[in-house]
Design a protein around this ligand. Structure first.
Ligand code: IPE
Ligand code: IPE
Ligand code: MG
Ligand code: MG
Length: 347
């Protein structure tokens, strides 16, 4: 049984999305070593990295997808596997943020409304805290003792892939260091986004399909949905980085322009970016309707992308570029996603 979830797993025999989301927060706290256990300063840094108010979009997407796949509340063995995978993905994501904020990457002081891990605990400790969160994620999955051992092994394998050098975050982050002799193309940006961000969204949705016993073909389809949502999510983040300040986002912004990062809106303009991500959401939405026994939980989460995007006021077609169209409009136009979801539901 997963530590911190004893109450849930003893009181219930079936687990819906609400129960799983609640169990998730408690289990996440328990999944991290206590700062009273040695080495306490390292454990404190790990806890700071994770228990600091993230949106938890990846675990929430995984739980919603599990509901969508199963179409009814989950049995205990499946529910525990989903929870373990959900914790693991949040630990990997948080580790990636700790490393991403380091002076040798984005050199950011603020994350989730608080000083970054290296600001509070030093650069060396932040490197180690990120490393330890990654190993902790795999331990959480390996500790599963339920009846679906093969599924657990598969989860560990695809999480390694989503984290690693060839198709995962580490490979994606390394592309920031790749020389771009002929200027930056959108193909390059998309490859970078797919690895550094969409890989974990792919994992989240695919893991839900694996944990609930979906066929290999269904797993692949859910992974595709994850890629599209991850690409859209990163394009939104690119817009936030260009247009919003620390107060609105709770993190250091403006780094993409300053450091010449592969940012979709810097490469092809903000209006094109909104069109591109709207297309991605459209396609993902159609797929969810085809795949899900119960699409609502996933669609509701997709609508929450709207509220992120609605904070952005785009002024001009190309962020900050001279000669760009002068009109200022709300990037979400009162909810491109909500409109898409509603249209898909009707049609
Ligand atoms: C930020 O991710 C980094 C990206 C990949 C865009 P989130 O926006 O999910 O960050 P938190 O977890 O809510 O802080
Ligand atoms: C971070 O990308 C994605 C990671 C894999 C860590 P960004 O650098 O765009 O994310 P923020 O803006 O710092 O959250
Ligand atoms: Mg970065
Ligand atoms: Mg960054």
């Amino acid at each position: 049984m997963l530590q911190g979830t004893e109450d849930y797993f003893s009181r219930q025999t079936k687990y819906d999305g609400f129960a799983l989301n609640q169990a998730f927060e408690r289990a996440l706290v328990c999944a991290l070593p206590s700062d009273e256990d040695a080495p306490g300063h390292l454990h404190a840094a790990m806890r700071h990295a994770v228990l600091n108010g993230g949106k938890r979009i990846r675990p929430r997407l995984m739980i919603a997808t599990a509901e969508a796949c199963f179409g009814r509340p989950l049995e205990e063995d499946e529910a525990e596997l989903v929870l373990r995978a959900a914790i693991a993905v949040e630990l990997i994501h948080s580790a990636s943020l700790v490393h991403d904020d380091l002076p040798c990457f984005d050199d950011a002081d603020l994350r989730r409304g608080k000083p970054t891990v290296h600001k509070v605990y030093s650069v060396p400790l932040a490197v180690l805290a990120g490393d330890a969160l990654i190993t902790q994620a795999f331990e959480i999955i390996a500790d599963y003792e339920g009846k679906h051992q093969r599924r657990a092994l598969q989860l560990a394998r695809i999480l390694a892939r989503a984290t690693g050098s060839q198709r995962g975050i580490i490979g994606g982050q390394s592309l920031e260091l790749a020389p771009q002799d002929n200027g930056m193309s959108m193909e390059f940006v998309e490859d970078y986004h797919e690895k550094k961000t969409a890989a974990l969204f792919d994992f989240s949705m695919r893991a839900a399909a694996i944990a609930t016993g979906e066929s290999h073909e269904q797993q692949e389809h859910w992974g595709d949905v994850g890629i599209r949502l991850g690409l859209a999510f990163q394009l939104i983040d690119d817009l936030l980085d260009l247009y919003l300040d620390e107060e609105a986002t709770g993190k250091t912004t403006g780094r993409d322009r300053a450091l010449q990062r592969p940012n979709g809106a810097l490469v092809e303009g903000s209006n094109e970016t909104v069109k591109r991500l709207s297309r991605l959401i459209d396609e993902a939405c159609g797929q969810v309707f085809e795949l899900a026994r119960k699409p609502d939980p996933v669609l509701r989460l997709m609508e929450s992308f709207d509220s992120m995007l609605m904070k952005v006021e785009i002024s001009g077609g190309h962020a900050g570029e001279a000669g760009a169209p002068k009109e200022s409009r709300n990037a979400a136009q009162s909810g491109i996603f909500t409109a898409r979801v509603a249209a898909a539901a009707v049609g």
